[in-house]
Design a protein around this ligand. Structure first.
Ligand SMILES: [Zn+2]
Length: 383
């Protein structure tokens, strides 16, 4: 662990979990933790055994390790089911914290999220990608992240920072590639620059559409459509984000729907995004929704998903036309409606979906989902 800069507070005490986290990264442990995260009223060892298919002895061993690592607590006794009452186990929300960031064109949102996924601190800055040079933006963002981390309890185990940002970008390298209208950010190594400011905290970067999709996770195949000042998709296929060969999948808004149509910020003409934005410029939300619905039906035909989820401030400001136009397009376009029922809904994470999902980039590996280190043996003090 490196020494924090002198301008920041000295490291607090080590995390309660400390080095006890070693060896907690196996699949069954992640499965038990994941069930406890979802069980709002807690769960008994017997219920965990039933839900996981593990033997009661195996569950008892895993629970003993989780109790020792202080990731889980025993919390009273549940109702008796005839035999002796069962001890209720709960995830300890304070056992780990992540910061989730939405870095938008004109605004930045920074959240502190606990291990249960609860937002514990929220701040917004009226500064975004379009307002300052990249280095300055990174400095401002690092200051806001440090501020958010101060809201965590003393000695908290800080797991990392996730940033959701407009694309195109390379998630693996943490680099933006020619973001429309933001030439200063072309090839800017955003993840590396922010990680240098926040060392030793790990930093993850992903497209805003992907992080918002993570915040809208559901079983099966989900296509998440995000419409803010741009239009994109996050694809959750078989329980994981589909990122593609260069981790830039989901450029849904740049499918061309009208040959020789109006110019798009991406350089092409007649893109779905350009057509939708042109309709909104005329205050014609119904036409924007109908166009988006045509693209959505194309996507459903291509990928055969279980559901569509919608988010982003443009849709959330007036969701009805989008929900109804998409339902109508799907009804018209899918050959057998009774067989191909694809429900359309709004993201349960609301307007904070990008930032909540960005924190989930850090938290999901703890529960055995997504890539990443999961829980580290060594807790990280505040940067
Ligand atoms: Zn385009």
């Amino acid at each position: 662990m490196s020494t924090p800069p002198s301008s920041t507070p000295p490291p607090r005490s080590t995390a309660p979990a400390g080095s006890n986290l070693t060896g907690l990264r196996d699949h069954n442990t992640a499965l038990v933790l994941s069930l406890l995260r979802e069980a709002s009223r807690g769960s008994s060892r017997a219920e965990l055994a039933t839900a996981t298919g593990l033997t009661p002895q195996a569950v008892s061993k895993i629970v003993a390790r989780l109790l020792a690592a202080e990731l889980v607590a025993e919390d009273g006794r549940g109702p008796s089911t005839g035999g002796k009452p069962r001890t209720v186990l709960r995830l300890r929300p304070d056992a780990g914290f992540a910061v989730g960031v939405e870095l938008d064109r004109r605004e930045t949102t920074v959240l502190l999220v606990d291990l249960s996924g609860e937002v514990r601190h929220r701040a917004t800055m009226p500064t975004g990608l379009a307002d300052a040079p990249p280095r300055r933006t990174v400095e401002l963002l690092a200051t806001a992240v440090r501020e958010a981390l101060r809201a965590a309890p003393d000695g908290a185990n800080l797991l990392g920072v996730g940033v959701g940002c407009r694309g195109p970008l390379d998630h693996a390298a943490g680099v933006l590639h020619r973001p429309a209208g933001l030439p200063a950010w072309d090839r800017f190594p955003l993840r590396e620059a922010l990680a240098a400011e926040l060392a030793p905290l790990p930093v993850h970067l992903d497209k805003d559409t992907n992080t918002a999709a993570l915040a809208s996770a559901a079983p099966g195949q989900t296509a998440y459509l995000h419409f803010a000042d741009g239009l994109g998709a996050g694809l959750l296929l078989d329980g994981a984000l589909y990122r593609g060969a260069r981790t830039n999948a989901g450029e849904f808004g740049h499918q061309v729907l009208q040959l020789d149509g109006p110019p798009c910020r991406c350089g092409a003409r007649g893109c779905l995004e350009a057509l939708c934005l042109a309709a909104l410029d005329r205050d014609d939300t119904r036409t924007a929704a109908r166009l988006l619905a045509v693209g959505a039906a194309n996507l459903v035909q291509l990928l055969d998903v279980d559901r569509l989820v919608l988010g982003g401030r443009t849709i959330l400001a007036a969701p009805e036309p989008y929900l109804s136009e998409i339902a109508e397009q799907l009804a018209d376009r899918l050959p057998d409606r009774s067989w191909q029922h694809v429900p359309v809904s709004l993201t349960p994470a609301g307007p904070a979906a990008v930032a909540i999902g960005a924190a989930e980039l850090v938290l999901a590996p703890v529960f055995g989902r997504g890539q990443g280190p999961g829980l580290r043996a060594e807790p990280v003090s505040r940067p």
